[in-house]
Ligand binder design. Sequence first.
Ligand SMILES: *Cc1c(COP(=O)(O)O)cnc(C)c1O
Length: 426
Amino acid sequence: MRVVETSAGNRLMQDVIGLEERYGAHNYAPLPVVLTHGRGACLFDEEGRRYIDMMSAYSAASFGHLHPRLVAALKRQLDRVDLVSRAFHTDGLGPFCEDLAGLTGLDACLPMNTGAEAVETAIKAARRYGYDRLSIPHDKAEIIVAAGNFHGRTTTIIGFSSDAATRRGFGPFAPGFVMVPFGDTGALEAAVGPCTAAVLIEPIQGEAGIVLPPPGYLSAVRRLCDRHGILLILDEIQSGFGRTGRTFAFEHEDAKPDGIILGKALGGGLLPVSAFVARRALMDVFDPGSHGSTFGGNPLAMAVAREAMRVLREEKLPERSARLGTILLDALRAIDHPAIRAVRGKGLWAGVDLDPALINAKDVCMKMLEGGVLTKETHATTIRFAPPLVIAEDDLLAAVRVFREALDDCSLSSPSSSVARLSYAK
Ligand SMILES: *Cc1c(COP(=O)(O)O)cnc(C)c1O
């Protein structure tokens, strides 16, 4: 198999993978490919082999790799100033906040760096709002979250995860979170109590396997929050910036949140840029000294993020995602294969559930890698398709063809499947 051939290039690949093994933490299980270049929807390995990117770094690379306008914006800013601190004003922050408030339809922005930090910001805002505005007793505020959620990796956030691998051995966890099934309005209503400050959900659960709630769920949750006078906070770190065929997933339903959490694509694939964006009354729980981040809102980040928002609009990426998303879903649904249990998606964001009795999703990803398509299974049984929104239609359809072939090659009844499993173990 390709990865164990002994050409010079492949030896390089084995070497750098070996260094990771030896000196790195083993908190990921990457596929055996070393990517050294990227452009648009494609990545290249050290031998120059081309791969179609169906991961987009979990939407962080939604604009494609090294988008020329984003690279240019970063380079322009590098000729001016790098980062100072929030102790002083810089000329990028105000315009960034104006642009992002305009894009979301909300009032005020608080930039951070990683997604998890923006989620933490939202949690702090919701709790303080609960005490200051909803008269919840001191230290009793509750936030309702959904089973199957993924909001990041800090100790507070994993404390309200329902995934055992995410939590094991990392407790004790912070109290103040109540979990309900995703997509179940009745359960949510029943969970609201006198100490509830907010509901915090993803509009579509990405890491759970691109799980869509039933139609009408988001608008029902919006009305429920209004009725109880509590906050609706949406984590659109992965679903935002065109991924679902609208700028934000909440736009598919009448479900404008009180606060929205953004990240990933906001940094244009170049830098970690995240933000909590909220109604003014919610954002105003923060006063000087109550929250901050050394790198949050730095000039380089602001320059790239502002250009990312312009690219989103001028290249009409949400519309493109909607159009190509229909093509993607149609192509996936047209595959007639016994191992496929379900095909879900919205925009350029699809998940295909495979029957583990008939096929091993890891094998399928390995076969797709050999066929020049990069993706990774989630929850052992779901293959995800989340290409950069700039992907060409031909590449999109080519990726589906490679997937189709991988299904045949990997079916557990076929003779090639044992080969695929063996090579993965190496
Ligand atoms: C990736 C992700 C996060 C965490 O973002 P990081 O930048 O990895 O901290 C939070 N919420 C959702 C929905 C995500 O997809």
